[in-house]
Design a protein around this ligand. Structure first.
Ligand code: ATP
Ligand code: MG
Length: 546
């Protein structure tokens, strides 16, 4: 009877009815003499082809995204490195004190690399994962809503474990960047002070110091890596448990005829896709905080406010006639940032144009400090410095420094050639000018070497003696044609005869320029037009030698 058939049909479940219907339709087709094999084949070929095309398409897209992401992140990192470097170059000494050189180097290299890696990863994953996961959820719900809770559970477990890792590993990342700073600091200090380390037999101790910094870093990285290593097997186990549960529960459903095998398999695929996209996202969330820390460290450098700035409307330096280079100190006092006493107190004097001023005084009197105020390496704390009547703070720094030829107390040379070092003062100087400057500075020894001007200079000028370095530094300042020359104890490493010869040549050469010469020996400044005696930051006497 019909009611019995209906009852049986209800018990069979929808899918099975469908199956029976298919079998029936099949028979009908056979009756009509349709080649079912062929029909099925063409179906498979059609959809199979479509799938292959889609896969190829998505593969192409992934490659393209990878390519673009690599370009973008590398480009961004380059830009960032340039920005940080440009910023650091403009740091005054006061700002340098806030960071160690080692830390600045880590920030420009390692920290930016971290950012680059994360930019690269996030461009590839941050959008891709939600699309994949979201699509998976929609399709899975469509196939077998009754089993959706399995995926939900898996995702919850995943989020739980990732949060734990997050909490454990995050503080360590911060520590790691600090330890890299420390390692760089120790390595730099030891390498540049190698001779001192050797002379005092400190190698074992310094090795220990390095070893400690190294071990600390290794320990933290090992810890972080172990935590990370734990993540992968955990994900694999989770995936496998997920598959097994789906098969377990799905098999019951299939046995009860409420689900088809094909649907179950599809559901499993989707489930794996969903969990996988969560894994990708979680990776991002582990690396993002690390990059955030690096980002903060970079921002700290970029956010530094410069203390020495150009005025909004700089006064143009245009003195009347040829009388250029008068320097006037008006009641200048100066105190180093963070120090609590003045290094210079009430300094007032005038260096008339074309004259030579000698400054002499015991070590620590503030001579170098006074010199550094003129090119504005530091700004005066009170009072003012004027060049030909213009307050140097009203000029642009570029213009101010173009007026000054400066020879620092520690002769700094750069790696390259002798010519490269000389042309730092003026790229377009003529060859005669370079030769003449070398001669004036008594640095003719350059011409005695086989390579002449192309004599190589190693890092910091280490392949020259102290006196040779000093003379090269003097020659470098002389290559520049300017109304003011500052010599900070630049003759200290010269023997008496060379010193005297150099001073005579210098006098001729710098005829119309103002020279300020800091010296330890009275002989060096004996012929100066004005001698200033400095002690503990105060002028205790001025006059001429006679
Ligand atoms: N960057 C700095 N920060 C803080 N204090 C400093 C700094 N440079 C120098 N000083 C202090 O300023 C004082 C003067 O130093 P300065 O270098 O001007 O002496 P100097 O007269 O050039 O000595 P020397 O003849 O040995 O070269 C010193 O007591 C020193 O401790
Ligand atoms: Mg000094």
């Amino acid at each position: 009877p019909k009611s019995q058939i209906n009852k049986a049909l209800d018990a069979m479940g929808e899918k099975l009815v469908e199956q029976m219907a298919i079998a029936r339709v099949r028979r009908e087709y056979e009756k009509l003499n349709v080649d079912l094999e062929k029909l099925q084949m063409s179906y498979i070929v059609h959809y199979g082809g479509l799938m292959i095309l889609l896969t190829l398409g998505s593969m192409l897209c992934i490659i393209l995204v990878g390519f673009l992401a690599a370009r973008t992140s590398a480009g961004a990192a380059k830009q960032l490195r340039n920005d940080v470097y440009a910023k650091v170059i403009n740091f005054t000494n006061a700002e340098f004190d806030n960071f160690s050189t080692a830390s600045l180097i880590t920030r420009t290299t390692n920290d930016i690399t971290q950012l680059q890696a994360v930019t690269f990863m996030s461009m590839r994953m941050l959008l891709f994962a939600p699309i994949m996961g979201g699509g998976g959820v929609l399709r899975a719900l469509d196939k077998a809503p009754s089993m959706a809770w399995i995926i939900g559970l898996a995702v919850l477990v995943l989020i739980g474990v990732i949060s734990i890792i997050f909490i454990v590993a995050l503080p360590k990342f911060q520590l790691m960047q600090k330890l890299i700073d420390r390692l760089n600091l120790v390595a730099r200090e030891n390498l540049s002070g190698l001779m001192v380390v050797r002379a005092f037999n400190r190698e074992p101790f310094e090795e220990q110091r390095f070893d400690k910094a190294n071990t600390d870093l290794t320990k933290v990285s090992l810890f972080v890596n172990r935590v990370m290593v734990f993540l992968m097997p955990f994900m694999m186990i989770l995936m496998n448990i997920l598959s097994i549960s789906i098969i377990w529960i799905g098999a019951h459903n299939v046995a009860n005829a409420t689900m088809q095998v094909g649907d179950m398999m599809a559901f499993m695929q989707y489930a794996i896709q969903i969990v996988f996209s969560f894994i990708m996202l979680s990776m991002m969330f582990i690396f993002l905080p690390r990059a955030a820390i690096s980002g903060k460290r970079i921002a700290e450098v970029l956010d530094v406010k410069e203390t020495i700035k150009d005025p909004d409307t700089p006064v143009h330096y245009a003195p009347q006639g040829n009388q250029r280079g008068t320097i006037e100190f008006r009641n200048v006092s100066f105190r180093y940032p963070k120090a609590d006493t003045d290094v210079l107190c009430n300094i007032s004097f005038t260096a008339p144009h074309g004259k030579t001023i000698g400054i002499i005084g015991p070590t620590g009197a503030g001579k170098s400090t006074l010199m550094n105020l003129i090119p504005r390496f530091y700004d005066v704390t009170s009072g003012a410095i004027l060049i030909d009547g213009i307050d140097i703070r009203d000029m642009s720094q570029k213009e101010l420094r173009s007026l000054i030829g400066y020879v620092p107390q520690r002769s700094l040379l750069f790696s390259g050639t002798a010519e490269y070092n000389l042309r730092i003062a003026n790229e377009h100087a003529s060859d005669e000018r370079i030769e003449e400057s070398l001669k004036t500075a008594q640095a003719d020894f350059i011409f005695e070497s086989p390579e002449k001007l192309l004599t190589p200079v190693s890092q910091g000028g280490m392949n020259f003696s102290g006196g040779q370095k000093q003379r090269l530094a003097i020659a470098r300042a002389l290559v520049k044609d300017c109304p003011i020359y500052l010599f900070d104890d630049s003759f200290s490493a010269l023997d008496y005869k060379t010193d005297a010869k150099l001073r005579r040549a210098l006098k001729e050469r710098t005829g119309t320029s103002t020279c300020i010469i800091v010296a330890q020996r009275v002989a060096t400044i004996m012929h100066a037009d004005l001698i200033i005696v400095l002690d503990e930051g105060r002028i205790v006497g001025q006059g001429t030698h006679k």
